[in-house]
Design a protein around this ligand. Structure first.
Ligand SMILES: *Cc1c(COP(=O)(O)O)cnc(C)c1O
Length: 367
């Protein structure tokens, strides 16, 4: 096997390019001893709200907590159901289970997002919310989802962990549902040095509940309105966001540039996405000989991944709810053929060309 020529991600290189701006954040805040719930976080929340074109942004410890806190703030609990796709990172459904509610899965469509046309069939008198995922950075079918939510009086919590900066019909992801949850995990398009996340909303009441919930339910230093949690975004992480946010559009644009090249070069060889309505946190292709293709690429020094090899409804805790193979045929068929190609901002044009060349070569060999 040849040495790795194209890494799936390159966080060290990502940091190296902005190191001079990041290091003083740590130094300045440490000299002040200003670690938790300070000015830096306030500035970060105001920057994120402005960026996402929402009234509010609330920094939290990670996107999983963001989802859980939103569910909690909306009063969703044991006995309730929340509709969500089976093809996502496990945390989407996990957050629903974490508040005692039941994740009710609805199959996906060609764009890998929840198939809105199947949602109404899954609604019962227990359904309280829909949790669409803007999977891979591509917005879900929000017009239909919003219409269904209105008709059935359901809340919408967007899992926007992969979709910072994406737009749906011109509107930034963040304000389409009642709340949107973003991740700042190191693998995401905008990331901090550890775990982090935030929630956006335009809803005054939800905002004030969430601000308390993430900080022990406290309304000020000493008085608590409700039981809460410790789920805050640290000032150092907030300071890193404040540095990096000015680059996110440029980074997303680079991802889209790479995606456009993959699509142009590969669309006659493998199944690719069709357009650029995505910030391409992930770039999926499909090929019937996926495992063989993945091994072939690695032999040529190219890393690729499968997101995520086990669909959520086939994970143990979901099977205990009664889910099984065959329940979601579209997702189950896609997952066998899916492969994520490297699409990070540090890739050079030569590396992207090399990936394309090797995939074409494979397809010419094996069809
Ligand atoms: C990463 C991710 C999460 C979880 O984010 P954390 O910040 O790691 O908790 C949730 N949903 C999706 C779709 C994700 O990609």
């Amino acid at each position: 096997m040849s040495p790795i020529k194209v890494k799936f991600v390159d966080l060290g290189e990502h940091y190296r390019r902005i190191r001079d701006e990041i290091l003083p954040v740590f130094d300045n805040l440490s000299l002040k001893g200003d670690y938790i719930m300070g000015e830096e976080l306030k500035k970060c929340e105001s920057n994120l709200a402005q960026y996402c074109e929402t009234k509010y942004a609330i920094g939290v410890a990670n996107a999983t907590d963001a989802l859980i806190l939103c569910l909690k703030a909306m009063g969703i609990k044991e006995g309730d159901e929340v509709i969500t796709p089976p093809h996502s990172f496990i945390a989407t459904a996990g957050s629903i289970a974490a508040v005692g509610a039941k994740p009710v899965f609805v199959d996906v469509k060609e764009d890998y997002n929840i198939d809105a046309d199947l949602i109404e069939k899954a609604i019962t008198y227990r359904t309280k919310a829909i949790m669409p995922v803007h999977f891979t950075g591509r917005p879900a079918d929000m017009d239909k989802i919003i219409a269904i939510a209105k008709k059935h009086n359901l809340k919408i919590i967007e899992d926007a962990a992969q979709a910072i900066g994406a737009r749906y019909k011109g509107r930034k992801i963040g304000s389409l549902g009642d709340a949107a949850c973003f991740s700042l995990h190191p693998l995401k398009n905008l990331h901090v040095h550890g775990d982090g996340g935030f929630i956006t909303t335009n809803d005054d009441e939800l905002y004030s509940k969430l601000m308390k919930l993430r900080n022990h339910g406290l309304k000020n230093r000493d008085y608590c309105d409700d039981w809460g949690y410790n789920s805050r975004l640290d000032n150092i992480q907030a300071g890193i966001v404040n540095v990096k946010l000015k680059y996110i559009d440029q980074w997303n644009k680079r991802r889209q540039e790479i995606a456009a090249y993959y699509i142009k070069e590969l669309k006659h060889y493998v199944k690719t996405p069709e357009d650029l309505d995505s910030v391409y946190h992930l770039f999926f292709i499909r090929h019937p000989l996926r495992d063989k293709l993945q091994a072939f690429l690695l032999e040529h020094g190219i890393e690729s991944k499968v997101h995520y090899p086990v669909l959520i409804h086939l994970q143990e805790p979901a099977r205990r709810l009664g889910y099984k193979e065959g329940d979601f045929p579209v997702a189950e068929n896609y997952i066998k053929e899916l492969l994520s190609l490297p699409v990070h901002t540090e890739l050079s044009d030569e590396q992207v060309k090399y990936v394309v060349e090797k995939i074409k070569f494979f397809c010419e060999l094996y069809g």
